[in-house]
Design a protein around this ligand. Structure first.
Ligand SMILES: [Zn+2]
Length: 355
């Protein structure tokens, strides 16, 4: 998970240090040390020393916050929670201990699949409005994790790996079947791209594109792999956005290119489309793959998706598994030109054949 919450590390440190002078000297020394370790990113050491000190004296809210943040920064959210639950008991004050505890608790609950608790902690952080940065931190997460009152009335249906949210459940003929088909898609894709996700994927099914735009500030559909959530149109393919999430968590691509990133999602969309035929139609028999790869902004979007889907299907069948994985991990054209050049040329010939 490529998530890093370095926000305000320095600010939190300096406000905490302001407190240190008023605290008994042994504790102050521990905190000063913890602050230095946090600032320099020595999180393992901070955790070891912090846990040792807390075993001797548990009544150190600032140290609980440091240790909790260190765990959360390492994506060890279930270990962060008990510390942050202790530091949130601090009275709301200028030091920010309480609000930052609530902010990080919100993140930690979200990534341990406890969205209700995440929402409550983040809302409390915002309501206290104690420090501007903590408030912004919480507001951004309420928005980004879609933990807003707007969604409260949506119908939720859960499967083993998904939590589906329906804007207009009455418009879906069979909710259980709709959910089961998406769960099957998840399982089919994760056979090719196994990933262990920290939470269920929140799968928002919008009925109305016009409602989505002002809420999401983006056009449907799209996935947010880091947050393990996606927004889809009701009639969208069952696999496309799920593929974005699973490929990200399975391979952690370091470099993405639109042709490849969208191509893999089209290839895994779990439809029975003849992708080569569709690409021939959109490309009118001819496509310069390397040009599409390097300059996706020049391409017609529908053509890019169709050619990308056919290309990835072709490469899945003709490249070695190692080449295919390497392509998805580093998707840049230049990184793949030497290994995939002949296959791309063969694909272009295939594409140029009459339908
Ligand atoms: Zn996509």
């Amino acid at each position: 998970m490529p998530i890093r919450y370095s926000i305000s590390r320095f600010r939190a440190y300096s406000t905490m240090l302001a407190l240190v002078s008023s605290i008994a000297s042994a504790q102050a020394q521990t905190l000063e040390e913890a602050g230095k370790l946090y600032m320099s990113g020595q999180l393992d050491q901070l955790i070891a020393q912090g846990e040792a000190s807390l075993r001797k004296n548990d009544q150190q809210p600032i140290l609980h916050l440091f240790v909790g943040r260190a765990y959360a920064d390492q994506n060890r959210f279930s270990e962060a929670i008990p510390h942050l639950e202790k530091s949130r008991q601090a009275p709301a004050g200028t030091d920010g201990v309480k609000v930052w505890s609530l902010g990080y608790l919100g993140t930690s609950y979200y990534f341990t699949d406890q969205p209700g608790k995440a929402q409550m902690a983040l809302e409390e952080c915002v309501a206290l409005n104690n420090t501007q940065n903590a408030t912004k931190y919480a507001q951004r997460r309420l928005q980004g994790y879609q933990l807003l009152p707007f969604y409260a009335g949506w119908k939720v249906v859960e499967t083993a790996h998904l939590r589906l949210h329906f804007q207009s459940p009455e418009q879906v003929p069979d909710l259980a079947q709709y959910a089961a088909e998406r769960e099957q898609a998840y399982q089919a894709i994760s056979q090719k791209f196994p990933a262990s996700l920290a939470k269920k994927i929140d799968f928002y099914v919008w009925n109305n594109k016009a409602d989505a735009k002002p809420m999401l500030q983006r056009e449907l559909g799209f996935a947010v792999p880091e947050a393990m959530l996606l927004n889809a149109r009701q009639g969208q393919t069952r696999g496309h956005e799920l593929a974005h999430v699973l490929v990200q968590h399975s391979l952690q691509p370091a470099q993405r290119a639109k042709l490849i990133n969208e191509g893999i999602a089209v290839y895994l969309d779990q439809t029975s489309t003849n992708r080569m035929q569709r690409a021939r139609q959109f490309a009118q028999g001819r496509a310069d793959v390397w040009r599409l790869w390097e300059h996706p902004e020049e391409a017609d979007e529908a053509q890019l998706y169709a050619v990308g889907g056919a290309l990835l299907e072709y490469l899945a069948a003709h490249a070695t598994p190692e080449q295919f994985r390497a392509l998805l991990k580093d998707q840049r054209a230049d990184a793949n030109r030497a290994t995939l050049g002949p296959l791309v040329a063969a694909f272009e010939q295939e594409l140029a054949k009459p339908e």
